[in-house]
Ligand binder design. Structure first.
Ligand code: FES
Length: 163
């Protein structure tokens, strides 16, 4: 996952002189300043809005599902660089993927995208806000549209356990 994001991101810097921490910092800032998949989808199949109560940052996620795959995904939000970059990276990661892949995404996947494997308790919420929104959105879709209460409850619990 790290390699994919590094390859797909133009840093406009001389990478050979940067440490991996500096590269990931540049990548986070690039996603923050130029968010991919930013916007809304009218009448999306999945919509979820969540806030981080400690800072007031928030995120709205819109997803369309077709043939058991994510056919489109967008987000809007306001917040710190980590929360917004994390959301943008997550939308790229799930675009076109099947539903089973998306359901399995974990905290480690998100932290790996950001290149931030060790974050303190405050910043971990910034990084995982988008995953929480995604898991709640999938939970609602499974329970309301697919009537799959067993998997829905599992995903809801995963969302609750993130932080
Ligand atoms: Fe609010 Fe990061 S400071 S999500």
């Amino acid at each position: 996952m790290k390699e994919n994001i590094i390859e797909s991101t133009s840093l406009h810097t001389n990478e050979s002189t940067l440490s991996s921490n500096e590269i990931f910092r540049e990548i986070i800032l690039d996603y923050y300043r130029n968010p991919r998949n930013y916007g809304i989808i009218e009448n999306a199949d999945i919509f979820r809005h969540e806030s981080n109560p400690l800072c007031g940052d928030d995120l709205e996620l819109y997803i369309n599902v077709k043939d058991n795959k994510i056919s489109d995904v967008k987000f809007i939000g306001k917040g710190c660089a980590i929360s917004q970059a994390s959301a943008s990276m997550l939308t790229e990661q799930i675009m076109g993927k099947d539903f089973d892949y998306v359901k399995k995404l974990s905290k480690q996947d998100v932290l790996e995208n950001l290149g931030l494997p060790e974050l303190g308790p405050a910043r971990i919420k910034c990084a995982l806000l988008s995953l929480k929104v995604l898991k709640y959105g999938i939970y609602l879709y499974l329970s309301e549209n697919l009537k799959d209460s067993e998997n829905a409850d599992k995903i809801k619990q995963e969302a609750l356990n993130l932080y």
